[in-house]
Write a protein that binds this ligand. Sequence first.
Ligand code: NDP
Length: 332
Amino acid sequence: SREVHLVSRPVGEPRPDDFSLVETTVGDPGPGEVLVRNDWMSVDPYMRGRMNDVKSYVPPYQLGEPMDGGAVGVVTASGSDDVPVGTAVLHSAGWREYALLPAKAVRAVDTSLAPAEDYLGVLGMVGLTAYAGLTEVAPVREGDVVFVSGAAGAVGSIAGQIARQLGASRVVGSAGGPEKKRRLLEEFGFDAAIDYREGRLEEQLAEAAPEGVDVYFDNVGGDHLRAAIAAMRNHGRTALCGAVSQYNATEPAPGPDNLFLAVGKRLNLRGFIVGDHGHLMGEYAERASGWIADGRLRTEKTVVEGVDNAVRAFLDMMRGANTGKMLVRLTS
Ligand code: NDP
């Protein structure tokens, strides 16, 4: 079995030689253990933070050890009656072809509802992040104008569509490049779209949302957060979900220089971590399944083949090569 190790801590943008593909032998499962053949693994922006040796809400990757992250696969040998051979499971030992795990560390997924890899995307943490952000963190109310950054990505493309289902009157998205802008409008149902690479972010947002913004779902931080604060209406609400424009930064990034506007506008700027909103999963899964079934929630994935290309997939995702969820298929 092959697995990916972090071998040096990246400074700025990670380089391929910060990682190494290592061949290992995986043993047989003992009592209470299962052996999983990983079919799909996820690459996510938060993994960049784990490559640094800093304390955060998830521990850093250790040098010379396999990295981890979301994966789905099938149990091929089992020492547990609870999780028999053939069970499709979700777990957090990605970045490797086979994972030997305690049965308690895997969760069976229902592949009659959706393909297993959807539990790494729309039916998993990614979808729940969008839903929690727009229901509990910065709730969308009927008639709101909603702005989403990183709008062609995994979380963002779902957030834009959920905002509509929650009653938004206008949904504006920002993404990098003309092709993504087109897809926001034509495939993900945004009313207006911004290509941030064209610059003039604040002007573009003012044109796209002439009456201002009530709810901002922030995946990007930096200039996008500044532009959103400028565009917010009184009592506007922002879900601070991520700041992907800053994850490779080597210096602390300055905060938005117009933050004082939050006072006069009585803005609510609220950070959140999806793990604190797990209680919403049942409700979300039920609503999302309905939206998917009747075509109101369109999901997209970008697929890269093979564990030997997993690092490339991560680096490409951080540069915007993906539309929707970036996934690595480990078996063909
Ligand atoms: P995405 O699928 O959105 O992939 C990352 C995207 O970031 C790229 O496709 C790229 O799109 C965009 N990007 C990269 N650099 C920049 C930049 N300088 N400025 C603007 N956009 C940039 O990833 P996810 O959907 O998985 O994650 C989106 C955000 O949500 C991240 O910030 C992540 O950390 C956060 N997150 C937070 C969670 C929480 O619990 N709070 C849980 C899950 C995710 P483009 O081509 O448009 O530039």
